[in-house]
Design a protein around this ligand. Sequence first.
Ligand code: GLY
Length: 318
Amino acid sequence: MWGIIATWRMAVEGIGKASEMLKAEGDAGDAIETAIKEVEDFPYYKSVGYGGLPNEEMEVELDAAYMDGDTLDIGAVGAIKDFANPISIARRLSRESVNNFLVGEGAEKFAHREGFERKNMLSDRAKIHYRNRVKEVQEQEIKPYSGHDTVGMVCLDTHGKMTAATSTSGLFMKKKGRVGDSPVSGSGFYVDSMVGGATATGLGEDVMKGCVSYEIVRLMKEGMHPQAACEKAVQMFDETLRRRRGKAGDMSLVAMNNKGEWGVATNIEGFSFAVATADQEPIVYLTKQVDGKCVHEVASQEWLDNYMKTRTAPLVEK
Ligand code: GLY
């Protein structure tokens, strides 16, 4: 058995590449890194890697993490600028015995020393999004923050090894130096090959309050199916936040156990995710809530076509 699951439609091409590697009995670490790099490199996804949306100073600061579920090794970078593939730097850091989570200048120095590819990650489209947003904020007095579509993945290979990984540009218009949940173990991701893994997308400030990825793995360890574990963790934490704080930020989690069974839960409408297993070619689902349960529907061709059309449509400066 093998499998890979990821947040959002944007992951499906990467999942396709990873599937070929996993089918050929490749390593879960190599497969997940390949899949995440595919998303980081695609210029039209505006929340991950090249083309990611900038902070309030118009700089693209990226967060990423990698975890090996066999050894429990973790590597992560926060607020790193001007490197093409934060996920590869995070994976490299996971092999160090200490200094596994580096941020800002320290992460950049490490990446430079290790020969990782430098790249100006601020695309022309991202500049237009930035300038439009500045105008909107001035004109409409709205909050500037939006866009936290992190790519997060959990992967199982034929040898029984599991990995988890994340990559994101975080909140659009965030403060310089802000780090979200995505590189934080237990919040943005967690994986243990003896059990399974989970990963999150959503408002980092809230996901971190509940360590939701770890909670899902903990529930799976108690014997829950990934779907039941995701629903319980997301619903309970969403309720807790609403009760104690009056509101809950967006939160969507995907999980897979070490049998290749998977689950997804969200507190938003229109969450999409991609999955592939030994029994299932890469596929995109949309999740909606019906009577407190998350129901997954295969995305229609029309939805898929429209998705790409919207992402690649010419941008007009307002
Ligand atoms: N979940 C991504 C972030 O809040 O930065």
